[in-house]
Design a protein. Sequence first.
Length: 292
Amino acid sequence: MVEISDTPTAPGSTPFGKDRLVQGIIEPEEVRILAVDATATAFEAEYRHLSGRCSAEIVADLCAGAALLGADLKNDERLSFQARLSGPIGGFLCEIDRDLNFRGSTHKKTVPDLDAESGRIADAMGSGSLQVLRSTAATIVYQGITTMEAGSVAADFERHLSESQQVASALLLRHTYDRQLVSAQGLLLQALPSATESAFERVTMEIRRRADALDAWPRDPEALLATVCAGFGLRTLGTRDVRFRCRCSRERVVDMLRGMGPPEDGSGWPEVSRVGCAFCGDVFEVPPSELV
């Protein structure tokens, strides 16, 4: 467990340092591989939402998975994931943009009956549907809905990849929790157009075996790639930062309230209008003087 002082950690600052994503290609098999450490991002989400264990662990996988799936976003594109689930967590909502800024959380932040035990994510999630939206400020680029049956973010995101991109893919997510999140990491393998099915399956099977055999994944994503790809021809393409960052602002909240107008019963604006952001947990208190 990482020791945390009694003084709350300021948003944007965590005891885990900077998160990074690394991309590479395994040659000559022509398999694309990405590794991410999203620990600080996931920890900030846990801190902001005061999440219990199940919520924190689900969001840890969402952080890593969204960063890996969002690595190809361009210009002002954003990738959002919204799930409606039968389990007590209710669902989740998260988003990643082209700069790998993540924001999001589960619908319910605590599930007391399940948070006291480990290994209860599947029970907290249940089954349901996952809507994935790739969009820009001007248009929707892609929209798809898939079922969520596995009670696993990795398995359900991998199903989305196979159904939406129709590219052979393997997604591995791992997190650790010891009274709080300790790590949130992931690996994504995808077959390039020139890859054969047998080569992709062979590489994926071996890397999955090696990753599963590790008691703990190295926090450095380059070290993780070096470990699981030892003996393969790995060519690293570059690294990028990953972080928690929300687009909400007081100005947007004021504009939204002005657009909605005061209550229709004629009572006028309340003494204070309180609006909370579902993505980051920030709460904005707006007096009537700012709305007239």
